[in-house]
Design a protein around this ligand. Structure first.
Ligand code: PMP
Length: 293
């Protein structure tokens, strides 16, 4: 049997499957010029899409908040997503989905009549060894002031503030930035939700409002805690409380549950991944395995 050549990466752009090198959007696409677009990232496990219904539900909500129409029905979108995973031969990785308001002459004012949105999809494999290492050893985070806009509940592609924050902390050897609001409370990570285990063993994460993204992993982790009969509280916490906590962790679709062992150069607990974090991570995997699409 002849060996298949390694697949070139394939993107889906506006109805076509194209090689990355040839894929592009219109020069006046509002996603490019105004960050006028929303996105989703789903984890792919064994070639299947994780927590797809939650991701599509959040996509519809984000689109609704900025009045961009869904580019196609959920069921057709699911077919296209699976096809992108298949064409890129992704087994354990991620799929990225972006919907922009579309291409039109550059103008701050959003046209009253909706135009055809642009749909972009890409997918790639994730480094499983790096993920396993993060789970085994935990990661460091550094806190920084939250300089993003006031609607972080909408998953827009206006990611410059988060991207700069992440770059700054990576230069200091940390994996994630935990962003702190004007009142001194942690909002969330630059691309994850932030969690601690408080003095009485309760699992704490910030309540949902405009300040944070309603993470899909966050939602499943709350379910995991309930299934384990562990108490959870949705409230704000400060970096000081996080450093003094017995455990801390972060969640995101690609993470998915990553122990945080160091905050601003200070060890959390004994500086090793915590027991409760481990139990949550295990239960999370079990719950999300049951919902692969
Ligand atoms: N907050 C922010 C700002 C994020 O970018 C992400 C990841 N996209 C998350 C939280 C985690 O969300 P999810 O669990 O849905 O990936």
């Amino acid at each position: 049997l002849k060996r298949l050549p390694p697949p070139g990466r394939i993107a889906y752009v506006d109805g076509l499957y194209v090689r990355h090198g040839e894929a592009g959007v219109h020069v006046e696409d509002r996603g490019l010029q105004f960050g006028d677009s929303v996105y989703e990232v789903c984890r792919v496990e064994g070639g299947c899409l994780c927590d797809l219904d939650e991701h599509l539900g959040r996509l519809e909500r984000s689109l609704g908040e900025v009045a961009i129409p869904m580019p196609m029905s959920r069921s057709v979108l699911t077919v296209v997503m699976n096809e992108v995973v298949r064409r890129n031969r992704v087994c354990n990785g991620l799929i990225y989905l972006q919907v922009t308001r579309g291409a039109m002459r550059r103008d701050f004012q959003i046209p009253g009549r909706p135009r055809r949105p642009t749909l972009i999809l890409t997918a790639h494999e994730l480094d499983q060894a790096a993920i396993a290492r993060r789970h085994a050893e935990g990661v460091k985070v550094v806190t920084l002031s939250d300089e993003r806009w006031a609607r972080c509940d909408i998953k827009t592609t206006q990611l410059l503030a988060g991207s700069i924050a992440k770059t700054k902390v990576r230069e200091q050897g940390a994996f994630e930035a935990w962003l702190v609001d004007r009142d001194g409370f942690v909002t969330e990570g630059a691309s994850s939700n932030a969690w601690i285990v408080d003095a009485s063993g309760r699992i704490v994460t910030r309540h949902l409002n405009h300040a944070i993204l309603p993470g899909v992993t966050r939602r499943v982790v709350l379910e995991a805690a309930a299934a384990l009969n562990m108490a959870t509280v949705e409230r704000k916490f400060t970096p000081g409380e996080a450093v003094a906590a017995s455990e801390a962790f972060m969640t995101s679709s690609t993470g998915p549950v990553i122990p945080v062992v160091d905050i601003d150069g200070k060890s959390v607990g004994n500086g090793r991944p915590g027991r409760i974090t481990g139990l949550i991570a295990e239960k999370y995997s079990e719950l999300s395995r049951n919902r692969l699409k």
